[in-house]
Design a protein around this ligand. Structure first.
Ligand code: G3H
Ligand code: 13P
Ligand code: ZN
Length: 342
């Protein structure tokens, strides 16, 4: 099966009332973990690459790994999505490479750190929507900013400083015609999101519910949605790591989001934790080993386990066979004839 558009997967998810995990990739092992988890759980899947990932793996390596994934897992509807595109040029380069979905994160300026004006956000998002839709490619946009700068994207702070304003979100979707909307509800990227199990004071599910009321047909996206499980923190610390105790977004809150219009859930940190814990364990227990396969294999297994668990929890498990891929040229025609609505 060729790569499919994210819009198609999210429309299907809305019909079925489930969410789709978007998992970050930087290398072959991570792509293999995601595709194996998708096969095991029969899930459609979104594979996403950040700007950092594209430069780490180099575009051509990344692209051919994704082509291999579609050849080796033909039964899995797979999206290749650009995570946090910082400018129209970055998004256009991903579209040219063959990505079937891009995020234009115009909530921040091109540096990925400075909150932008509403006007800037609308301008760059509209530019990307025009270029992307002409090729059938999906566009995710963002209004409001996540906290933290731990991994390079975010306005800093706790995540409470730039929450999405529901009325502005409603206007933004009208102004841009984006396919999916990332919102800020108090989460941050990385491991250090909350200093205690989050409640309504710090994780604003009420804001999400209000946005969904105003935009009932818009596909909402939750970034910074790793759950940062204590078990994964403990494995790292047990084998010589030094993580401070921290809390992520509980899976039951994500499930509440899915009941209220969330269709795409971004998870990267949980996989990073799983990989690091597995590698540390091998190094600690068998320090005489030096073949990378001895630690990359368990790392790959550990990530696959996390991804498969999330696929079941988000409800995408078992849904792969329901999706009949719409060719990208047909998606482009549908946008042209305005058969795809915001
Ligand atoms: O949003 C951030 C993702 O976790 C990707 O992070 O830019 O370090 O690849 P990265
Ligand atoms: P986490 O850091 O919570 O995994 O979030 C990832 C993300 O939002 C990627 O865009
Ligand atoms: Zn993000």
């Amino acid at each position: 099966m060729p790569l499919v558009s994210m819009r198609q997967l999210l429309d299907e998810a809305a019909k079925g009332g489930y969410g789709v995990g978007a998992f970050n990739v930087n290398n072959m092992e991570q792509i293999q973990s995601i595709m194996e988890a998708a096969r095991e759980t029969e899930s459609p899947v979104i594979v996403q690459a950040s700007r950092g990932a594209r430069s780490y793996s180099q575009d051509r390596f990344l692209w051919h790994l994704m082509v291999a994934a579609t050849e080796l897992y033909p039964e899995i509807p797979t999206v290749l999505h650009l995570d946090h595109g910082n400018s129209p040029a970055t998004c256009k380069s991903a579209i040219d490479l063959g990505f079937t979905s891009v995020m234009m994160d115009g909530s921040l300026m091109e540096d990925g750190k400075t909150p932008s004006s509403y006007e800037h956000n609308v301008k760059v998002t509209r530019e990307v929507v025009a270029a992307a839709h002409a090729k059938g490619v999906t566009v995710e946009a963002e209004i409001g900013c996540l906290g933290g700068i731990e991994d390079g994207h975010g306005a800093g702070g706790s995540g409470m400083e730039h929450l999405t304003d529901p009325a502005q979100a409603e206007q933004f979707v009208k102004d841009t015609n984006c396919d999916a909307l990332a919102i800020a509800i108090g989460t941050s990227h990385g491991a250090y999101k909350f200093t205690r199990k989050p409640d309504g004071e710090v994780l604003k599910m009420d804001v999400l519910i209000e946005i969904h009321k105003r935009l009932p047909t818009t596909h909402l996206v939750m970034h910074g949605s790793s759950s940062v499980p204590k078990e994964l923190q403990d494995i790292i610390n047990q084998y010589g790591g030094k993580l401070k105790q921290t809390w992520g977004v509980p899976v039951e809150e994500i499930q509440l989001g899915i009941k209220n219009g969330v269709r795409k859930i971004n998870v990267d940190t949980d996989n990073r934790l799983a990989i690091t814990g597995a590698i540390r364990k091998v190094f600690f227990e068998t320090p005489e080993k030096f073949d990378p396969r001895d630690y990359l294999k368990p790392a790959r297994e550990a990530m696959k386990k996390v991804v498969a668990e999330r696929m079941v929890q988000f409800g995408q498990a078992g849904r792969a066979k329901e999706i009949k891929p719409i060719p990208m040229a047909e998606m482009a025609e549908m946008y042209k004839k305005q058969l795809v609505n915001a």
